[in-house]
Design a protein around this ligand. Structure first.
Ligand code: MRU
Length: 362
């Protein structure tokens, strides 16, 4: 997608072979690319949230493995880098998925061939992510078109950032929105600010603005009122992990939007690739929920009057904070999952069915 009119991906490999990522902790105020020169840089990029969003975390980890293989391609090194990367962020299952893909393929290869193969594999996962997101967009487009045919525009509410910044490109929740824009539909997005880190305010608003998509920023608690007032046609969010039965773990606050949507008779869609589905987990309460730093709640980041990026404290000194990063939306509140294999009901049977399909986009 575009930054100041120029096409970019959230993770790029330059012609010189340099792996670089956009530092999302500085957006929307500064566009800074950071080089990943070693596996430790990839670990750091995920831990410090230069990159975030389930699919992008997975792809960055794959490049982390590739960087480790350049230095030491032994089984011990492969195992060590995977366990360090896995520990960086516990909730998004795409991380374990991508590491699984890398390990499975590399283990069968001789050590001397692993470095080159690992880079090719990581590039393959990045390319597959983009293809998957385009397929998600195509699957979601008819939903938006049906609403547009009826009322001449579509108002979508989204939470957090499941846009191109959360993937390699195109996004998941945003993919149908970009597809609708490309099809000439009039779309408008209500963007939840998404406290505490404000991924909606700082990332979604920025990327939609760069793409020229009409959007309005709202505080997290405004969505319910807007639904009651008929200003929202549907909700589309992403997912960090989907259980075998179709329950969805996503950014904290997602569940409350699903409840409000149900109370107002509005469709609630979750756009997610197959790599976000954890078939091992039946009970959503077993998903590890990341407890994030209290500082995310006690402080906010922004520009001061002189245009300097600063963090300021908004709470009394010493306030006790609990900061779970994600919540759980039961399958019964989800109208459908928008996947690269089409729109499917959030049920175990339909989820199992898409794993029988051969096409894996890699
Ligand atoms: O903590 P973050 O910013 O990594 O959380 C991101 C989300 O919750 C996204 O909605 C999710 O990862 C899906 S991204 C396509």
């Amino acid at each position: 997608m575009r930054i100041e009119g120029i096409s970019h991906a959230a993770l790029e490999v330059t012609e010189a072979g340099v792996v670089r990522v956009l530092d999302q902790t500085l957006l929307p105020h500064q566009v800074v690319w950071r080089e990943l020169a070693a596996a430790r840089d990839a670990e750091n990029a995920i831990r410090e949230m230069w990159v975030r969003g389930a699919p992008l975390i997975g792809v960055t980890a794959a490049f982390g493995v590739a960087l480790a293989m350049r230095v030491d391609a032994s089984d011990a090194s492969l195992q060590a880098v995977c366990s360090r990367l896995l520990a960086t962020r516990p909730t998004a299952v795409n991380l374990a998925w991508a590491l699984g893909q890398m390990t499975q393929a590399l283990r069968t290869l001789s050590e001397p061939s692993r470095a080159v193969a690992a880079l090719t594999l990581a590039k393959g996962l990045a390319a597959a992510d983009v293809a998957v997101n385009h397929a998600i967009g195509a699957a979601g487009l008819p939903v938006l078109k049906a609403i547009h045919d009826r009322k001449g525009r579509v108002d979508i509410l989204t939470h957090c950032n499941a846009g191109w910044l959360a993937t390699v490109d195109r996004g998941t929740a945003t993919a149908p929105i970009y597809a609708a824009r490309d099809a000439g539909l009039q779309v408008h997005v209500w963007v939840d600010e998404t406290r505490p880190r404000n991924q909606g305010a700082s990332l979604t608003a920025w990327e939609l603005g760069q793409e020229g998509i009409a959007h309005t920023l709202i505080v997290d608690n405004a969505g319910g009122l807007l639904m009651q007032q008929g200003k929202v046609d549907l909700v589309i969010v992403g997912a960090d992990r989907v259980t075998a039965g179709g329950d969805v773990c996503n950014k904290i606050g997602t569940y409350l939007k699903a409840l409000a949507a149900r109370d107002n008779g509005l469709p609630f869609y979750v756009a997610a690739p197959r790599s976000s589905i954890d078939r091992e987990i039946q009970d959503a309460l077993c998903i590890p929920i990341e407890e994030r730093s209290p500082r995310e709640v006690t402080h906010v980041q922004g520009l001061d009057a002189d245009g300097i990026l600063r963090q300021v404290q908004v709470t009394p000194h010493g306030t006790r904070v609990h900061n779970p990063g994600f919540d759980l939306t039961p399958a019964r509140l989800i109208t459908a999952l928008i996947t690269e294999h089409g729109l499917i009901p959030a049920t175990s049977k339909h989820i199992e069915d898409i794993f029988k399909e051969a096409h894996n986009y890699a």
